[in-house]
Design a protein around this ligand. Structure first.
Ligand code: UD1
Length: 344
């Protein structure tokens, strides 16, 4: 069985990817420091797939600990590197934490991949690298903009570190996936997003408001240059996003890469406004959401959505899940969490 190492494998996107990998027949080793996730996620993965992934509670910035995993799993064929900090505001307050967490871990991985001849890396990047694009939708060749946050910088610099490293070391291959806005949960509601504290992202704030944990959703701005005045994003179901990682790994294992590194936009190609998402959530789930329009949030991009044609053609991957499935699965997950909260 082909073995894949997944850093950040108990996190939101990581856990959904572990499920897809196991269901595609891969053996998975998770590395996670549990800084923003729970060990219980492993039970959810097991409940869905019937397979318990190997788990190493390790911080990717700890070179020695990482080396021990590489020695133990020297037969792994690829690494998917999710482990990173991702709160934009926090990164502005604690830039060094972000540079250390996100970049030292990446450099450790690349160093160890070279030492232990582990050939393939999939890296989590973000549409944040495009800033506010001048032309929409954005393609992989759209200009990279000056980042507005240390978090965004870590993604841009991370891409550059990978590019320089694979150019210098031909034995390492990399695929960079630029995610748009991942939302929703596994249809089983056995895994989903588990934000720490007050959610910064839209969908968990929506579901927590609907369930009564938060009093009111603030919609940040209705004076943008968009049809309804609220910001537009490309919301992608997390299971669709997870599947993109499986095909990326397969492409590398089959030696099908056309250049090194390769970069793909992973989005649906459809932009939706905040108010459209709010409306869909209420209509599909038949719940009412307390929300109000407030001022703009500093640093927000007005509108961005993907041109995912290259991923469609080269990876043979396409987002298939609808916005209805997105809001339905997000709500089902929140209801499941609520049951657990009440039981505890
Ligand atoms: C942000 C980052 C992105 C990062 C992602 C990870 C920016 C520009 N983008 O995405 O790089 O990968 O977080 O977490 O910082 N909204 C509300 N009310 C809320 C929360 C959000 O109206 O309570 C709106 C926002 O204004 C935005 C949309 O919902 O228009 C999506 O916001 P969010 O889920 O935070 O994602 P991004 O800001 O797009």
């Amino acid at each position: 069985m082909t073995k894949i190492i997944v850093t950040g494998g108990t996190g939101y996107i990581g856990s959904h990817t572990v499920v897809e990998l196991q269901q595609a027949g891969y053996e998975v080793v998770i590395i996670d420091n549990l800084s923003n996730s729970s060990v219980d996620v492993l039970q959810g993965i097991f409940a869905i797939t019937g397979v318990m992934p190997s788990f190493e509670k390790i911080d990717c910035t700890d070179y020695q600990a990482m080396e021990s995993v590489f020695k133990k799993h020297a037969d792994a064929q690829a690494i998917i590197h999710f482990a990173a900090s991702k709160a934009v505001n926090e990164s502005v307050e604690k830039p060094l934490l972000y540079y250390r967490n996100n970049l030292v871990s990446l450099m450790n991985l690349l160093e160890l991949m070279a030492t232990y001849t582990m050939p393939n890396l999939v890296f989590s990047s973000s549409c944040t690298v495009y800033g506010q694009p001048d032309i929409l939708p954005v393609t992989e060749n759209s200009p990279i903009k000056v980042s507005l946050s240390p978090y965004g910088n870590t993604k841009q610099i991370g891409e550059e570190i990978i590019t320089d490293t694979v150019h210098a070391n031909k034995s390492i291959h990399a695929i960079i996936l630029r995610y748009f806005n991942p939302v929703g949960a596994h249809e089983s509601a056995l895994i989903g997003e588990l934000p720490n504290g007050v959610p910064q992202n839209l969908m968990p704030f929506v579901t927590q408001t609907a369930i009564g944990i938060r009093e009111k959703l603030s919609v940040f701005g209705n004076d943008y240059d968009t049809p309804d005045g609220s910001c537009i994003r490309d919301y992608i179901h997390v299971v669709d996003l997870a599947k993109a990682h499986v095909v990326a790994v397969e492409r590398m294992l089959q030696g099908k890469q056309k250049q090194n590194p390769e970069t793909f936009n992973v989005g649906t190609g459809v932009g939706l406004s905040v108010l459209e998402i709010v409306q869909k959530f209420q209509d599909v789930n038949n719940v009412s959401l307390n929300y109000q329009i407030v001022g703009r949030r500093a640093g927000d991009i007005e509108k961005v959505w993907a041109d995912a044609t290259i991923a469609n053609n080269e990876l043979g991957w396409k987002a298939t899940k609808s916005v209805e499935e997105i809001v339905q699965s997000a709500w089902k997950w929140e209801l499941q969490l609520q049951k657990k909260r009440k039981a505890n």
